[in-house]
Design a binder for this molecule. Structure first.
Ligand code: NDP
Length: 282
């Protein structure tokens, strides 16, 4: 391969988080699928995004991921958005279609795919703790996948209310806000509880403010935090006999979806998960 020009490039623009596990995972999947593609990590300061996007077009990149701080700002440099990305107001994945840059958001789709391994989203009664980017992506995608009852629990009321307003604009969805104040008590008819805050990131003992007594064995408990994957919340939920979903599944699934969008090839999720675990040493 060394003397052959690389056929296609995709890139990740933003602040690399803990190096770039996604680059490692994508490159492993390109090799596994025998695709002569490369995935580059490009650290672009906010003030250079406009120029970087001109470069993106000029260099003929086939696609890209976008992370903090570009997920919202990049939209002005794109030619179109998927429905989910438009509702979320954030893009984490760009695809080039007939020379046009189309913004997608695969985070929520990755979560929904994980959830589907345990339950069908439609008809679930969902509580989401957090109202940031991850909560926004997950809740909008759940709304677009038939979940009609969503409660957002957030510390900062204004941020929570903003997300609730977005969700109530989706046909059939009724969203409400509970402002986080002490340990949150989950209603007994709730079926899915999701931690979409960063509590637990890099700290296996960090505690999500939840009254564990209100978790029951009929519930699915999910965490977006992927490192460490077995967060305190998931360990506690398992003790309460809940079924649990870790954040690694969501991360792998969103990468699988991005890979397919760019290449039109289905990668093997297990190869990507293995690469991720190797990179994160877990
Ligand atoms: P944001 O900064 O956009 O949002 C953070 C959210 O967490 C806010 O709602 C914030 O509340 C809440 N929060 C933070 N600290 C506390 C606290 N001590 N008590 C109560 N609430 C708190 O972050 P993101 O949404 O982008 O990311 C959240 C997590 O999701 C990160 O750990 C990230 O790694 C993970 N993630 C995982 C993905 C995956 O594929 N597994 C994909 C994307 C993200 P407030 O509004 O009050 O500040």
């Amino acid at each position: 391969m060394a003397d052959k020009p690389i056929q296609e490039l995709v890139s990740c623009m933003g602040q690399p988080v803990a190096g770039n596990p996604t680059q490692f995972m994508m490159e492993r999947a390109f090799a596994d699928c025998e695709l002569d593609w490369r995935y580059l990590t490009l650290e672009v300061p906010a003030e250079n995004l406009k120029d970087a996007m001109a470069g993106f077009r000029a260099m003929g990149l086939r696609g890209g991921n976008f992370t903090i701080p570009h997920k919202v700002e990049v939209i002005q440099y794109l030619d179109g958005l998927s429905e989910a990305a438009e509702r979320m107001g954030a893009v984490n994945c760009v695809n080039v279609v007939d020379g046009k840059l189309i913004g997608e958001n695969t985070d929520g789709k990755g979560f929904v795919q994980s959830l589907k391994t345990l339950v069908e989203p439609s008809g679930q009664k969902v509580v989401i703790i957090g109202a940031g980017g991850a909560a926004r992506a997950i809740s909008v995608e759940l709304g677009l996948n038939g979940v009609t009852d969503i409660t957002i629990v957030n510390r900062t009321e204004s941020r929570g209310q903003e997300l609730v307003n977005v969700l109530n604009n989706i046909d059939g969805v009724t969203a409400t806000l509970d402002v986080l104040d002490g340990d949150y008590e989950v209603d007994d008819d709730v079926t899915v509880v999701i931690n979409a805050t960063c509590i637990g990131l890099g700290d296996a003992e960090a505690r999500v403010p939840l009254d564990l007594e209100t978790l029951s064995r009929d519930m699915v408990v999910a965490d977006v935090v992927f490192n460490p994957p077995m967060t305190r919340l998931l360990r506690d939920a398992q003790q309460r006999e809940c079924r649990v979903l870790d954040g690694l599944g969501m991360l792998v699934n969103q990468a699988v979806i991005g890979f397919k969008i760019w290449t039109d090839v289905d990668p093997r999720p297990e190869v990507m998960r293995e690469a991720l675990e190797e990179y994160l040493e877990i």
